[in-house]
Ligand binder design. Structure first.
Ligand code: MLT
Length: 274
């Protein structure tokens, strides 16, 4: 297998990623948040690049089970139900719902990957699960894996590059004959330099400092918890509907929730009196 890294989706043509095997990373915070949302039972997540597009889609759907989510300048968009903090994505908020999400970098990277043959969403929270998911991709050992970092404001970001480096390290322990492009080697060296204290690296990164100044320090803590959510969201074309689960306990939790949904009393239609 060969591994390649894009440090930003900027200038990346979506057709270049067509039919490729891709992992999209946005540690702070979109990929962490999307992983939390899928664990909490979101039915589907549709990433879109702009606020206007998100409004248009939700307007066309006319559905009460679809909610608008995301941020601009780190803060929840006015009129949206949820922002981009993983902790907002509770069962109560998202179970059974379709989420239209737009974020400054992560959602943009995901839209670029919509023609991929296989696209996984990854961060520190689902690091081992991502490696397990990749191990299930048929023929990957003879192909190139592209890791697409969302970066920040169309630039390199330290937290995504560190995460990419950790992922490459873990993949190399699992697969044999792994080769690296120059960008993959660079990610490995970023990880060697900054990977020993992930919470600190995240907190001291450019994006981390902005999040701290906005009062989102807890999001950084959650995003740095390695393997806290053993689940991998899968993007297929325009939407994330599928999740791969790599823990019995989490599988049980998800099944319990599904059964609870089936046992819900039917919604009675209100009687219309003349
Ligand atoms: C993004 O996708 O741009 C990030 O998740 C921004 C943020 O921290 O909300």
């Amino acid at each position: 297998m060969q591994i390649n890294v894009f440090f930003s989706p900027n200038h990346l043509d979506e057709l270049l990623l067509r039919d490729k095997i891709i992992v999209v990373i946005d540690v702070l915070r979109a990929s962490t948040t999307i992983t939390y949302a899928m664990r909490a039972g979101a039915r589907e997540i549709i990433p879109v690049a702009s606020v206007d597009q998100a409004m248009k889609i939700v307007g066309n759907l006319h559905s009460t089970s679809t909610i608008l989510c995301g941020e601009r300048n780190g803060k929840r968009v006015d009129g949206f139900k949820l922002g981009n903090s993983p902790s907002e994505y509770t069962e109560e908020a998202v179970e059974g719902k379709a989420l239209i999400i737009t974020t400054t970098n992560g959602a943009v990277a995901l839209t670029k990957a919509k023609h991929a043959r296989q696209c996984f969403v990854s961060g520190f929270v689902n690091m081992s699960a991502t490696v397990e998911a990749l191990a299930q991709v048929p023929g990957l050992e003879n192909e190139t894996l592209h890791i697409l970092c969302s970066g920040r404001e169309e630039q390199f970001s330290l937290e995504d590059a560190t995460c990419a480096g950790m992922l490459i390290t873990r993949i190399s322990q699992k697969f044999s004959n792994v080769r690296y492009t120059d960008s993959a080697r660079a990610a490995l060296s970023v990880y060697a330099q900054f990977g020993s204290d992930i919470p600190r690296t995240l907190r001291e990164s450019d994006h981390g400092q902005i999040l701290v100044s906005l009062g989102f320090e807890d999001d950084i803590r959650l995003a740095s918890e390695i393997d806290s959510v053993p689940l991998v969201p899968v993007l297929e074309q325009n939407a994330i509907k599928k999740k791969l689960i790599f823990s019995d306990a989490l599988r049980e939790e998800v099944e319990l929730r599904a059964n609870r949904g089936l046992n819900k009393p039917p919604v009675r239609k209100a009687r219309v009196s003349a």
